[in-house]
Design a protein around this ligand. Structure first.
Ligand code: G3P
Ligand code: MG
Length: 252
C-alpha cells in the first residue's frame, strides 16, 4: 500500500523527516526525505489552541522554536509567526511549523506518512478531537491507504477504532511492565494492526512472535549503519531513521 515499496524490502522511514540534516518536522526535512529516497515520513501531531493539528514533537516551544511556553496555549496564527529553523542552523531561519494539512498536501502522491499522535494532543473528545481532525485531513488528501497512525496514547488508538478509521494503526510500545507479554497479545485489545518499538526493546522472542503472526513492525530510531544492517537481516518491516540517505545505502 505504500508508495514505491517492493514487498520484501525494508521500509525506509524518515524520522521527523531527514532530521539529522534539517530542522525536524519541517517542510525542508520532509522534502529532503523524498529526495533521499525514503518511502515514508514520520511526523508528530500536536494541536494549536484553536484546534488545528500541527506538526511538532514537543509539548513546549523552547527547544525547537524561538517561542516559549506550551504549544497548546497558542493559536495557529501565533504559532505561524515562530521561527522553527534557527535553533538548527541560521541557514533555516524563518522556517515555519507546518500544519498536518500542509504536509499531507505535499506528501500525497509522493510518500507515505506515519502520523504519530502525541499524547498531549489527545482529549476525551472523539468528535472534533485531534484523532478525528487528523483522519478528516487524511481523507481530504486521499491518503487513507498511504498512512500509518500510531500513538503511545492508547486512547488515541481506541478513538481510531471507534471512528471506524479504516487505516493502518500501530501501537507504540513504551511500557516496560508489558515487555513479558507478546506483541500479538498486546495489540489485540487496542485493535491495532501494527507494532512499533525502540530497537533496544526488540527481543528475539518478540521478533519471532511478530513474524509468526504477520504483524507489520516498525523499529525506531536507528542512525547507525551496522545496526540498520542487523535489523534488515532479521527481516523487520520498517526502520525509522534521522539519516534516510544512510538507510537507502545500507538497504541496497
Ligand atoms: O514514532 C516513533 C518515534 O517517533 C517515537 O518517539 O519521541 O521520537 O516521537 P518520538
Ligand atoms: Mg515521533
Amino acid at each position: 500500500a505504500l508508495y514505491n515499496q517492493t514487498s520484501e524490502e525494508v521500509i525506509i522511514i524518515a524520522h521527523r523527516g531527514a532530521s539529522a540534516y534539517y530542522p525536524e518536522n519541517t517542510m525542508p526535512a520532509f522534502k529532503a526525505a523524498v529526495e533521499m529516497g525514503a518511502e515514508m515520513i514520520e511526523l508528530d501531531v500536536m494541536m494549536s489552541k484553536d484546534g488545528v493539528p500541527i506538526v511538532f514533537h514537543d509539548s513546549t516551544l523552547y527547544s525547537h522554536t524561538n517561542g516559549e511556553g506550551l504549544v497548546k496555549d497558542y493559536t495557529l496564527e501565533e504559532l505561524k509567526k515562530l521561527d522553527a529553523g534557527s535553533w538548527f542552523s541560521d541557514e533555516f531561519a524563518g522556517t515555519r511549523i507546518p500544519t498536518l494539512d500542509e504536509v499531507l498536501g505535499f506528501a500525497a502522491g509522493k510518500i507515505a506518512v506515519n502520523i504519530e499522535i502525541k499524547s498531549e494532543a489527545v482529549s476525551d473528545k472523539v468528535e472534533g478531537g485531534v484523532v478525528e481532525k487528523s483522519l478528516e485531513l487524511v481523507s481530504k488528501h486521499n491518503m487513507k491507504e498511504h498512512v500509518l497512525f500510531s500513538s503511545f496514547d492508547y486512547l488515541a488508538l481506541e478513538q481510531l477504532h471507534r471512528l471506524k478509521a479504516d487505516v493502518m494503526v500501530a501501537m507504540l510500545f513504551d511500557d516496560r511492565q508489558l515487555a513479558r507479554k507478546l506483541p500479538h497479545k498486546l495489540i489485540k485489545p487496542l485493535h491495532a494492526t501494527a507494532f512499533n518499538c525502540h530497537f533496544r526493546e526488540l527481543s528475539r522472542r518478540w521478533l519471532k512472535d511478530l513474524q509468526e503472526y504477520n504483524i507489520p513492525h516498525f523499529i525506531y530510531t536507528v542512525n547507525n549503519a551496522r545496526k540498520m544492517k542487523r535489523l534488515i537481516n532479521s527481516g523487520v518491516t520498517g526502520i525509522f531513521t534521522n539519516r534516510p540517505d544512510v538507510l537507502v545505502e545500507v538497504a541496497q
